[in-house]
Design a binder for this molecule. Sequence first.
Ligand code: NAD
Length: 407
Amino acid sequence: MRETEAEARRPAGSPRLGVGMVGYAFMGAAHSQGWRTAGRVFDLPLQPALAALCGRDATAVRAAADRMGWAGSETDWRALIARDDVDLVDICTPGDSHAEIAVAALEAGKHVLCEKPLANSVEEAEAMVAAASAARSRGLLAMVGFNYRRLPAAAFARQLVAGGRIGDLRHVRVTYLQDWLTDPEAPLTWRLQRDRAGSGALGDLGAHIVDLAQYLSGESVVGVSALTETFVTERPLPAGPAGGLGGTAAPGERGPVTVDDAAVFTARLSSGALASFEATRFAAGRKNALTIELNGSRGSLSFDLERLNELSFHDHTEPAATAGFRRILVTEPDHPYLDAWWPPGHGLGYEHTFVHQARDLVHAVAEGAAPVPTFADGLQVQRVLAAVEESAAKNSVFTPVQVSVPA
Ligand SMILES: NC(=O)c1ccc[n+]([C@@H]2O[C@H](COP(=O)([O-])OP(=O)(O)OC[C@H]3O[C@@H](n4cnc5c(N)ncnc54)[C@H](O)[C@@H]3O)[C@@H](O)[C@H]2O)c1
């Protein structure tokens, strides 16, 4: 789709927010869906225009741009961030390029949305926070893409916790389980290489659940005791370009896996509440199984991504004879994001988190308000991941986490 056609398809009436995106595979497709849809479902103060998509192969990126609705295409992210029709740069590449692209985009005067984990190290994340803070004084915003915050059930759970409905927090129990690496012949993609991904299941899945636990509880992880393991230490190289989650193995050549396959850790939160986390790609039968439960003095909340329109709530102040977990169908117009969608009971899915992410960021840009999660939130998660690795290297010794000052 060329610019005139893209403009023609853009709902009229609001000023334009030009988006340029780097990377067009898994997250690129999900974010494209978000940018395409947000202004057609929500009443937005700015209309996202899909200005240009960046990849490294000219033919492939042009084909992806046409398929996903982007007007222009680029083969160098530096050219993308220099474009006058790009106001916001959306980074959907592996972690090894997040810091370089985000810092350059902010310095070039663009707002930034960066996929999680924010970076591959605490040092990179600190540099990104510094760049975001300097850019903020020039009216630029930076957000990290922890999209699970944008599940209506998660956003509603946060409202219940903030409203005191579970009382003083005692426990947070989180798991994020996948099984796509159980086959030892699955190829060595970028997600299994430390220099590309930073860490393994820890940075990929653990980052999500650390952020979700901190967001829902409104607290920070202040220390961890951890175990990590790499069950399969060598794998076949991928045959040709492979997406981060699979592809075909090449016969013969093998290479070392340089990240964890699984991470299990306990943690203390700032209030003294105790938390447990499990992140693995070796849980046979579990495809994308994220569960979280919070127990407090007045009640409990429980969520399962495989039933993402539902939230379980137990009100412990009710008479014991009739109290119990109740299943709330989070599809009412009073629930977060739901007033713009379908009649009650008609359900949303995974992709809607990216629509909500685009919606929230557009509002933040229009209103000049810092969008959450900020880069400082991303740095805080990065500090937890680093502490987990440090603790695991020392046989689970309890390792404190420096708590970032919110930006
Ligand atoms: N929020 C979520 O739920 C979620 C889910 C999956 C991945 N992620 C994150 O999104 C990011 C991307 O993961 P993915 O699964 O989409 O990976 P992927 O392998 O599917 O896609 C990566 C894309 O980046 C491109 N790319 C890599 N280096 C580039 C460069 N220098 N210039 C231009 N393009 C480049 C690749 O060609 C590809 O299009 C990672 O940070 C990952 O952790 C987030």
